[in-house]
Design a protein. Structure first.
Length: 354
């Protein structure tokens, strides 16, 4: 038998982080039931990527915006041990499949939410993708350029692995006590915590602004690293979303490009991305952040380690002290003392009351 044989996982996630999370569980024996919207998960358009992230799962289609689809989802969740969703914070509640509703029906349920910046905090509702989370978490070097299509999406994969670990730990507790939990996992949180474990003196240090190097075009227009007028950098995380592309164009005064559909953008990558880069290069970092944020674009500044440590979002979420996994029923312990060499000679295991 595999380690997780018999573990029932209801998976409502799409794209990469959530599907990789549940695939890790499936490969250890979990019974993963993948819930897809009518027409299928959008990642099926990229079949090679989809296949690598969805092995050993079963699939059903449910329209959660219909009464019938929502009720079937609630029925399945009642007999599940794990429920995983990757919507923007608040969407699951609006669909009627939020944590409070499901755990009221199934108190043993481990409910895991995976989002870019977590369920609360100043950045919770900010849209983004992998490159944005890496920028806020100070995991991009000062000389970073736009990633290629083949570059490993570090934030996505790190968060997925952390989520699988957190789910397994919560299930261990739930099977012992009968009490489930809600896991709130932010992709940026995981990388920010990683950064915080590196001594500050060894982190990449700020560099003097220099003449910007030629812009490197990313895999799609509006996705990558962009230099600003003051020698700093921001990141944009537009992928296929029409609304995010339109928001980015409107903020940068590129109204004529705002309505270009994704399929056409793929055929005009160099041209359209050059327009985005040129518009950003006329703004300071603060100006670019203000305009793009106000328009609802997926933007993030490329921060240094010191700037990340001082960011109110990660401080508000307690990421730097207690770690990236946030749970409601059994919160992680805060950082504690470091033991001296052989300090506990002669001692055995702690009692549960310790």
């Amino acid at each position: 038998m595999a380690p997780l044989d018999g573990l029932r996982v209801l998976d409502l996630t799409m794209w990469r982080p959530g599907p990789y999370t549940t695939q890790l569980l499936a490969q250890l024996g979990a019974d993963v039931l993948k819930v897809e919207p009518p027409g299928g998960e959008p990642m099926r358009m990229f079949q090679g990527h989809f296949d690598l992230l969805n092995r050993r799962k079963r699939s059903i289609v449910l329209d959660l915006k219909s009464d019938e689809g929502r009720e079937r989802c609630l029925e399945l969740a009642k007999d599940a041990e794990v429920f995983v969703e990757g919507f923007r914070p608040g969407v699951a509640d609006r669909l009627g499949v939020g944590d409070a509703v499901l755990r009221a029906r199934n108190p043993r349920l481990v409910y895991c939410s995976i989002s870019g910046y977590g369920a609360d905090g100043p950045l919770a509702q900010v849209p983004g993708h992998d490159v944005n989370y890496r920028a806020y978490a100070a995991t991009l070097p000062p000389d970073a350029v736009s990633p290629s299509l083949e570059e490993l999406p570090v934030a996505d994969m790190a968060a997925a692995t952390m989520a699988a670990f957190a789910i397994t730990a919560a299930c261990l507790k739930a099977r012992t006590t009968g009490e489930g939990d809600r896991i709130d996992l932010g992709m940026a949180d995981v990388l920010a915590h990683w950064t915080s474990t590196v001594p500050e003196a060894t982190r990449p240090q700020p560099v003097e602004p220099a003449a910007p190097a030629p812009h490197v075009t990313g895999p799609v227009p509006g996705y990558g690293v962009y230099a600003t007028k003051d020698g700093l950098k921001i990141t944009l995380g537009v992928v296929s979303e029409e609304r995010l592309w339109a928001a980015t164009c409107r903020a940068l005064g590129l109204d004529e490009a705002a309505g270009v559909p994704f399929a056409e953008r793929l055929g005009r990558v160099a041209e359209l991305d050059a327009g985005v880069a040129a518009a950003i290069a006329r703004l300071t970092r603060d100006e670019a952040m203000e305009r793009l944020s106000a328009a609802g674009a997926p933007v993030a500044p490329l921060l240094t380690g010191a700037e990340m440590l001082d960011l109110d979002h990660f401080r508000a979420r307690g990421v730097l002290d207690a770690g990236p996994v946030r749970t409601s029923a059994h919160p992680p312990l805060p950082g504690g003392p470091v033991a001296g060499l052989d300090e506990h000679r002669g001692q055995g295991w702690r009692h549960l009351t310790d």
